[in-house]
Each structure stands twice: as C-alpha cells, then as structure tokens.
Design a protein. Structure first.
Lengths: 269, 150
C-alpha cells in the first residue's frame, strides 16, 4: 500500500505511539501534514464500534490537524455496510482499489473538524490523573486536594446517563457513580488483554462522536483492580491504560477507588 | 538496549516520532530532528552496553529538545534553549492559548528533564539497564507527542 502513496511522503507502518495500545495502521506525513490510515481488522468489520473507539483514541493521541482516512478492502458492499456508516467520522473513506488512482494530493491533508482543545485538555488531564493513580495513589490523592479538575467543562456537555458498559462487555465491570471498576480476569496476564473487552464500551461511553466532531458525552474514568501479588504492568502499559481511561490499582478497595475517581471527575477539591 | 527481537518494535517507535515531526515542523527542522532520531537507532549497534545506553539517551534527548524548541519557535515565534524553558513557556502561555497544565508540566519535568540531566551532566552516571532507558525514551515520546498535540 505504501508504494501507492507516492514518494514524497514519509510512511510509518504500524506506528508505535506512547499512549495507544492500538493506533492507526499507517501514518503518512509530509511537511505540515499527517494522515492516519485505518484498515479495519476482521473483528472490527464484525464490530464497527471497536473501530470507532480506535479512531477516537487515535485522534486524541495525534496532533489536532491530523486527517483520518478509512481504507476499505474493496468498493462498499453489504458486508462493509456498517463500516461505511462510520465513514462520516473519518476525514475521508477510500477504497484500497481506488488508492491506485487517487493521487495523495487528492486525499484530505487536514481534518475539517479538529477536536476542541478543551476536549483534548480534559483527556490529557484525565490521563495524567489516572497514571498518577496507577503509579502512586498517594500522589494522586495529593493532586486531588490541589487541583480543580477541568471536568466542569465535561459536566456542562454531558448528555445524560449511558448504559453501564457491563451490559456490553462483562459482568466484571460495575459502575460506582461515574467511575467504572473492573476486576482482573485471572486467565490473562497482560494488561492490554485485560482491558481489551472493556475499551470499546468505556471509550464510547465517555466520548460522543457526531461525524468528525468529538465530544465528551459523559465524563467518566475507571480502574482495574490489580491483584497485589501480581507484578505491576510496565509504565508504558500503565500510560496506555490511563490514556484509554483506566487506572490500574492494587491494594485498594473498589469503594476507595471509586471515591477518588468520582471526586476528581466532579471537580470538587 | 535494542536486541535483535526488539528491532522491529524500536523501528516502529522511531518511525512514528519521525512521522509526527514531519507533520508538525518545517521541513528543515524536521530533517534535523529526524537525523537525531536515526542516530538513536544507530546507537543500538554499539557493543559496549553502558556506552550504548548513554548514546541512546543523549541522541533521544537531543531530538526531543530540538523538536520541542523548533516547534515552539515555529508555532509561537518564541525561542527557548532547553526542555525546561520550553515546558515552562508552554505551562505559562501554551500554544495558541492551549496551555500545558501544572500537573503535566510537573510530570514531563520529573520524568524527562530531571532524569536526562542526571545522565547528561553527572560524571560516571550511566543508565543501569535497558528498562531504565526504555522508561526514559517512553517519557520523551509522551512529552513530544503531548506538546505536538497542544
């Protein structure tokens, strides 16, 4: 595919970004322009909301002007119909077969609807809080006393309660106020595998997508209760979990965790 | 740090940063920053472990410093010479009014600037293992992408 994009672009395949478990399949850049390409995995073809969640986190992780392109294997046909519905959330939809004849100059170089800086700021603050909560809960609690969370903004844009993600993912996730708390699956060792089933519902519970517009639909955050006798995941994995809306916390009760998270979400100090 | 099995993962990370630098910076600046990122990859071939770790830290930190400095100059026409100066400016003024919060400023200062300074300025200071280097490189990646997203 890269060969079809032309010589004037720098192409990064399966780019490894510090905040994403799974990001775009390809980044193509030239001066002042970054285009993120998404090729749906077979599981995303069956469950398009998973692709939408990947898009949401990727857009939040990439510079504001990054345009996003949905690549479809062939011209739209019935099996792709649900994905085509998602097309409006991308800057452009291109069929792989058309990429041969679509000059890169014709692809959108800048998104028309960059994410509101306040949404990005909220996401960055939530990540910082959840990462602190994962690595040093007492530091996060000190932060709670000092910082007025920017969630006041999120509360204003809230559009009503959403269904708990447990109905879509697993009984291991429960809501406590605006915090979602999950217990680990003892059969899975890696953090990314633990969170895999929860990511789509929790990302899409928090963020609302309307075309290319990305809003905070319901300010929420969560924690995975980590067994105290398991080694903690690496900082890299914790950062990615925090960016996706999850702290990883050992040795604290669900009530204590949800109290802290709800306090941060409410912006009370 | 870069064992044979990690080469692909390392390349994916460096390529992602290069791609973001090209998208965020004027061509000449992106060229300078990306040449430094390429040296991080080249440093992975050095046989002496301590020396390899240090070279990776130095080249990554030069790429991060220069990337942040040139980005600030490009977006705000403001020159700050080092990462501390850039982060302080971003905390106080931001890019187009979008500021780095105090907490994010503290995180990047603690995880990037202070750790890097230890290795760069203290005689005999070397990262002791690849995990330490990886952690610092991750923190630098996160700092750079955070700022490019402001």
């Amino acid at each position: 595919m890269e060969g079809r994009l032309g010589q004037d672009l720098f192409v990064a395949r399966q780019p490894d970004l510090p905040t994403l478990f799974t990001g775009p399949d390809l980044l193509a850049s030239r001066t002042g322009t970054t285009i993120a390409f998404f090729l749906p995995k077979s599981s995303e073809t069956r469950h398009p909301r998973a692709l939408l969640a990947r898009l949401v986190l990727s857009r939040l992780a990439l510079p504001a002007t990054t345009s996003t392109v949905l690549l479809l294997e062939s011209r739209p046909n019935p099996p792709h119909a649900p994905l085509v519905d998602l097309g409006a959330s991308f800057t452009a939809v291109v069929s792989l077969s058309d990429l041969d004849t679509t000059p890169i100059l014709d692809l959108p170089s800048v998104t028309r609807r960059p994410i509101d800086p306040k949404v990005r700021a909220w996401q960055a603050e939530r990540t910082a809080f959840l990462l602190a909560y994962s690595t040093n809960p007492s530091e996060a609690n000190r932060l709670l006393r000092r910082t007025v969370s920017p969630l006041v903004y999120g509360k204003r844009t809230r559009s009503g309660r959403i269904n708990p993600p447990s109905t879509e993912s697993s009984q291991r996730v429960t809501w406590q106020g605006d915090a979602y708390i999950a217990q680990v699956d003892l059969r899975k060792a890696r953090l990314s595998n633990q969170l895999q089933r929860f990511l789509t519902p929790t990302v899409l519970a928090t963020f609302g997508v309307d075309g290319e517009d990305l809003l905070i639909a319901h300010p929420s955050a969560g924690a995975l209760q980590w067994p105290s006798d398991w080694p903690m995941p690496s900082l890299r994995e914790l950062r990615r979990a925090a960016f996706a809306g999850w702290a990883v916390v050992a040795n604290l009760s669900a009530d204590a965790i949800s109290t802290s998270i709800n306090r941060w979400l409410s912006g009370r100090t | 740090m870069v064992e044979r099995t990690d080469v692909v993962a390392h390349r994916r990370r460096i390529d992602a940063l290069k791609s973001l630098a090209i998208g965020a910076l004027p061509a000449a600046d992106a060229g300078v920053v990306n040449a430094e990122f390429e040296r991080v990859t080249q440093a992975g071939k050095v046989r002496m472990q301590q020396r390899r770790y240090l070279l990776e830290v130095i080249h990554s930190s030069r790429a991060t410093d220069t990337g942040l400095q040139r980005y600030l100059l490009h977006r705000e026409s403001v020159l700050r010479r080092n990462i501390g100066g850039v982060l302080t400016y971003l905390k106080d003024n931001g890019i187009g009014g979008n500021c780095l919060s105090v907490h994010r400023y503290n995180t990047h200062t603690k995880n990037v600037a202070k750790v890097r300074n230890t290795y760069a300025h203290e005689a005999g200071a070397f990262p002791t293992n690849s995990t330490e280097v990886e952690t610092l490189l991750d923190a630098m990646d996160a700092c750079l992408t955070d700022v490019f997203s402001l």
